[in-house]
Structures are given as structure tokens and as C-alpha cells.
Design a protein around this ligand. Structure first.
Ligand SMILES: C[S@@+](CC[C@H](N)C(=O)[O-])C[C@H]1O[C@@H](n2cnc3c(N)ncnc32)[C@H](O)[C@@H]1O
Length: 322
């Protein structure tokens, strides 16, 4: 079972003009086990609100020069690949996800929404993290992931849960204790694998809900054999707070975390003082201003129940070879 949704490219990618690579209106097939973009609430959509501005900044930092290649780990319906073709100008794209049907639909979404003359070479395969791309024997200039914080057990689980993040299943690989305690397992494992897939001057962009200290996020790259910096620092209202906050409360009680939240009004006021381009470099200053307002998971849930809108900061972590 699947449905096809229509996406207005200019508004989804916040473009000033008509798209140069992808079609102005995207027809996106979503299989019933695929990650669902939040098209009815774009500010809560990670790709629109977090990844797209980061892609734009990355290209601007190269004075507009296009990137040759891009790979998405856990592409879902493939919108991240379409965004990368448009914004980064990638002429070769890799994409993976756990379920073969999700990947087949994503590949088709990329193919049918870019006219043949502008279409990148597509390298698509299903499986865990970057492992499916081994068969292509290539490297990538930009590797992007927006993986769930909590590992899910299998594609079947994803199908049932649509990544609700409620199934905490340990992985077999060795994971540093601080990574596991902060529930950053998949982000870490993606970085470990990415070492073999990064082009010489390539970078991994990890989009992470920063409910944990920035210094620990920066330590992720080091632990995985790369060097991390913060490309952008922004914030989001907690999506589905009634569903998600109790999970963080439970995990904090089980000795994970602690996890940091803030009242959304404080986040809005604080981040308004910083430009996106400077936000990565100023991330620790931003945190210092936010610190007096921090709420751990139980406090955030209590505030939510009293009617407060709760949010958290968001990092786009850029990790490169040493
Ligand atoms: C939050 S969605 C992000 C979708 C898309 N990348 C985006 O940015 O809009 C997370 C995706 O990661 C996938 N995923 C979860 N665990 C994975 C794993 N171990 N390997 C590959 N993909 C995984 C999920 O199936 C899901 O499609």
C-alpha cells in the first residue's frame, strides 16, 4: 500500500525562484512503512526546517560551487536526495534505508521528479546505515543523516512504528558509554561507517535533536575517528510532545540522558539574536543564554501538561576527516 503526495518545491525548499534541477511540483510516493514528512506543519519538518537551510549554508560557504556527490542514510521517501540535487547540485546521489520497498519508492521518487537531462546518477540500495552502498565502490562529498535517536530493531518494526522511537533495541557493535547513555547510538555508528565512504574533503552532516550537551555532540566525531564542528544551531518545538516527552522521561529515569528542553518562547527569543550562518560558531554562547531556562525531561513534561510549548535545540553536526 502507498499513497502519492504532491509537494510544492519552492515552498518546501524555500527557494527564491523556480527550481533549477527538480520539478516545480514533486509527486512523492510514500509507502505505508516509510517516514512521513510533516507537510502540514513545515516548521516541524526536519528536512524543510533544519537540513535545507544547512545545505544552503554549506553551498554558500563554497561560494556556490556545486558538490559532486551526496548520500542520504535513511532517506525515507527520498525528499532529502531531491533537496540535495537542487541545493547542493549533486550529480551523483546515493540513498539507503532499511526496507527494500521504501528504497525502491525513494529511488523512483528521485527519478521521476528530475527531468532526464538534469538527473544525477542514482545509487540506491536497502540495508543498515551505509553498508548497502558498498556495492557501488564510491565515495561521497556530503553524507547526510537524520536517523532516529533510538535504534529500531528491524524494517518490520519501522513499518509498525513509523519510527515513533519507542522501541529501544541494543545493537551488536561496541558503542562508547557516553554515546549510549545520551541515546546517540545510530548517529555514532553512521559516523564510524562514513569514514569509508567520505571523499577526501567530504563531510557528514548529522541532524540531531540536541537534548544533550554540545560538548558531547562534538565528541561524537572524535569517538568515531573524525572531527566534528557545529554547522548550524537552531531549535524546534518538540514534535508530538504528548507522545515523545513521556519516552524521554522514562529513559531519563532508566539512567539515560539527562535530556534538556526549554520553553519554546525562550528558544524563539534567544535564537532571534543570532544569524543562522553564525549560529554554529556561537552555539556555546547561545547555550549559556539558554541555561537558566533549561528543563530536564520530567520538568519539561510537567510544564507541557500545564500548557507550556516545549522545544529543544537542534544541531547540524559537520564531521570531516582529521
Ligand atoms: C527521521 S527519518 C528521516 C528521513 C529523511 N532522511 C529526512 O531527512 O527527511 C529516519 C529514517 O532513517 C531510517 N533508518 C532508521 N534506522 C536505520 C538504519 N539502521 N539504517 C538505515 N536507515 C535507517 C528510517 O527508516 C527513516 O526512514
Amino acid at each position: 500500500m502507498s499513497e502519492t503526495i504532491s509537494v510544492n518545491t519552492r515552498s518546501y525548499l524555500s527557494l527564491d525562484a523556480a527550481p533549477a534541477v527538480v520539478k516545480p511540483r514533486l509527486a512523492i510516493e510514500i509507502t505505508d512503512n516509510a517516514y512521513l514528512p510533516h507537510l502540514d506543519d513545515l516548521e516541524s519538518d526536519w528536512l524543510h526546517a533544519v537540513a535545507v537551510p544547512a545545505f544552503k549554508l554549506l553551498r554558500k560557504q563554497r561560494r556556490g560551487r556545486p558538490f559532486g556527490s551526496f548520500a542520504a542514510i535513511g532517506t525515507g521517501p527520498g525528499l532529502d536526495v531531491l533537496a540535495a540535487a537542487e541545493i547542493l547540485g549533486a550529480s551523483r546521489v546515493g540513498l539507503t534505508d532499511l526496507d527494500p520497498a521504501v528504497v525502491a519508492a525513494a529511488e523512483n521518487n528521485v527519478r521521476r521528479n528530475i527531468p532526464a537531462s538534469r538527473r544525477p546518477v542514482i545509487q540506491a540500495a536497502a540495508g543498515d546505515l551505509l553498508a548497502p552502498l558498498i556495492r557501488f565502490g564510491d565515495t561521497y562529498d556530503v553524507i547526510y543523516e537524520n536517523l532516529p535517536n533510538i535504534p529500531v530493531k528491524s524494517a518490520k518494526r519501522v513499518a509498525v512504528a513509523r519510527n515513533s522511537g519507542s522501541n529501544f533495541v541494543p545493537r551488536k557493535e561496541e558503542i562508547p558509554e557516553f554515546v549510549h547513555t545520551l541515546m546517540l547510538d545510530l548517529h555514532y555508528l553512521a559516523l564510524v561507517q562514513a569514514r569509508d565512504f567520505l571523499a577526501p574533503h567530504g563531510a557528514v552532516l548529522s541532524t540531531i535533536g540536541a537534548r544533550v550537551p554540545l560538548k558531547d555532540l562534538l565528541a561524537l566525531g572524535g569517538a568515531a575517528g573524525l572531527v566534528s564542528s557545529i554547522l548550524t544551531y537552531t531549535w524546534k518545538a518538540q514534535y508530538d510532545p504528548a507522545g515523545v516527552l513521556p519516552g524521554y522521561v522514562r529513559n531519563q529515569r532508566k539512567d539515560f540522558g539527562p535530556f534538556r528542553y526549554y520553553p519554546a518562547a525562550v528558544l524563539a527569543e534567544t535564537f532571534a539574536k543570532f544569524s543562522l550562518a553564525s549560529s554554529g560558531k556561537r552555539a556555546f554562547d547561545i547555550d549559556a543564554q539558554l541555561a537558566p531556562h533549561a528543563l530536564d525531561a520530567p520538568a519539561a513534561y510537567a510544564a507541557f501538561k500545564k500548557g507550556e510549548t516545549i522545544g529543544h535545540t537542534v544541531v547540524v553536526l559537520k564531521s570531516e576527516r582529521r
